[in-house]
Design a protein around this ligand. Structure first.
Ligand code: FRU
Length: 493
């Protein structure tokens, strides 16, 4: 048998570019039935290079259509990460009275400045679209925010602050977030900083996001700051943490005592190695009300070396974020968007038992390359070990260690792993938030990825893999009871 190739690894329901290099999701907005996704893109190679904004659209955040490149680098620099908003009231004045203008803000990264050893080579700029995101015009007076003599000054994320009737923008400034406000999306005023001495500080802060969320089952609203860091994630590489607090129109104040100056806190959106730089969609209709999130399903530790050479990287499944309050702590849960259910195929509700009593799902029942498997372990009396495997002997292992109260993933023997030593290492994380005796598990599998949602999304672990052959069996260890099984193969045409 021959080893899987690039196209075998390609996900069927996660976005990946037809060819070449992709990193962060950018400028995500919703308008007139269409979800837009832009992304850091290098159309001339399979590693990071002069950045463009690629573009894709979808009606449901699951099936994506790649579009023409939206923004090209120019003499001011590469087009780094940023965001987009729909300017319904034409506060920017860019509108022509037909459709509302869509305004994107991105970071210009001037490679000459970087080469010359200057530190002021990143600034913020805007572009507008008068055809719902198809084509873009860069503002002639760019940049709108000059560099304040600061290295690592990037990734602006904008939102309309309804209560204070103003636009807000947050960007990453090395080891903290800067907050700005504006009336017209062109003139921006810095109003505050947050983050020095908070939480993970062993890398550079990148790709922030800032938005209000209703606390589930209450009338309370809190503001959430999402903050990616690279390196310095709790697993060493790229990862995304969050802060919950209050916003008074100028300052963000986190909940007291929630975060110390360390990375060993439970406020990470994902504890696997492959969910980075994720942000939320803007302009999601009020009637919908969801906070919709998507991340880049890779890690700077090895992203440029993964074995798919013609295309590199996919996005996570779109997720609904919810804010919950438990034991006086605010936590964010993530679950796959309900739009995925539309593709659910025939549901199987039983796992086979092998001779030695291992529960097992195999290829004859379910194609594990595009599947969802959920179940409940009603009472945890021992360690739980789950294994995805194939005929080549590759094994992707994950589960829960009872004594340590920890989830783990071990992909050291998952297939092709020799492209980066950091890829093969094992990760683990405490089940710090739920203390329940039972364990609910929901798995989303798509050719090169697994997204594990434990406890209704209280602990999430996302990882990619490159098995020599597709995984054909999913097994749980002997003596671990499994009930409420719902497994299905997705239908995509
Ligand atoms: C995060 C990041 C951003 C930057 C972009 C460049 O992965 O480093 O901070 O804008 O990638 O491609």
């Amino acid at each position: 048998v021959s080893i899987q190739t690039d196209e075998d690894f390609r996900p069927s329901f996660h976005f990946s570019p037809k060819e070449h290099w992709m990193n962060d999701p950018n400028g995500m907005f919703y308008l007139n039935g269409t979800y837009h996704l832009f992304f850091q893109y290098y159309p001339d190679g399979n590693k990071w290079g002069p950045m463009h904004w690629g573009h894709a659209t979808s009606k449901d955040m699951i099936t994506w259509e790649e579009q023409e490149i939206a923004l090209f680098p120019d003499e001011k620099g590469y087009i780094f990460s940023g965001s987009a908003v729909v300017d319904h009231d034409n506060t920017s004045g860019f509108g022509d009275g037909t459709t509302p203008p869509v305004i994107a803000m991105f970071t210009y990264h001037d490679p000459k400045g970087a080469d010359e050893g200057r530190i002021d080579y990143q600034s913020q700029a805007i572009a507008y679209s008068l055809d719902e995101g198809k084509t873009w015009t860069k503002y002639e007076a760019n940049p709108v925010i000059a560099n304040p003599e600061l290295q690592d000054f990037r990734d602006p994320k904008m939102i309309w602050d309804e209560e204070n009737r103003q636009w807000i923008m947050v960007l990453s400034a090395r080891d903290r977030a800067y907050f700005y406000t504006s009336a017209n999306l062109k003139d921006w005023k810095k109003v505050s900083e947050f983050g020095k001495n908070y939480a993970a500080q062993n890398g550079v802060w990148e790709c922030p996001d800032f938005f209000p969320m209703k606390v589930e089952n209450s009338h309370e609203t809190k503001w959430v700051l999402i903050q990616s860091t690279n390196p310095g994630g709790y697993n060493g590489g790229s990862a995304t943490q969050y802060f919950v607090g209050d916003w008074d129109g100028k300052n963000f104040t986190p909940e007291a005592d929630l975060y110390g100056k360390n990375i060993d806190h439970p406020y990470w959106l994902d504890f696997g190695k492959d969910n980075y730089a994720g942000v939320t969609w803007s302009n999601v209709p009020k009637e919908d009300g969801r906070t919709l999130f998507m991340g880049w399903m890779s890690n700077w530790l090895y992203a440029q070396e993964v074995p798919s050479e013609t295309w590199r990287s996919a996005m996570t499944i779109a997720r609904k974020l919810q804010l919950k309050k438990e034991n006086n702590k605010y936590i964010i849960t993530s679950t796959p968007v309900k739009e995925l259910e539309k593709y659910v195929g025939e549901i199987i509700t039983k796992w086979k038992l092998t001779d030695d009593d291992h529960a097992i799902i195999d290829k004859k029942e379910l194609d594990l390359t595009k599947a969802q498997v959920s179940f409940l372990i009603p009472k945890i009396t021992k360690d739980v070990h789950l294994t995805l495997s194939n005929e080549s002997g590759d094994q992707f292992k994950f589960g829960f260690k009872k004594k340590e109260n920890e989830f783990y993933i071990d992909r050291s023997k998952s297939g092709i792993t020799d492209f980066g030593k950091e890829f093969a290492s094992t990760v683990s994380t405490g089940r710090r938030i739920s203390t329940s005796d039972s364990l609910k598990v929901n798995l989303i599998l798509d050719n090169m990825s697994i997204e594990i949602f434990y406890d209704d999304g209280k602990t999430v672990m996302t990882e990619i893999f490159f098995p020599k052959q597709p995984y054909t069996s999913l097994k749980i260890n002997e003596g671990v009871p499994v009930i409420d099984i719902e497994a299905n193969e997705f239908n995509f045409n």
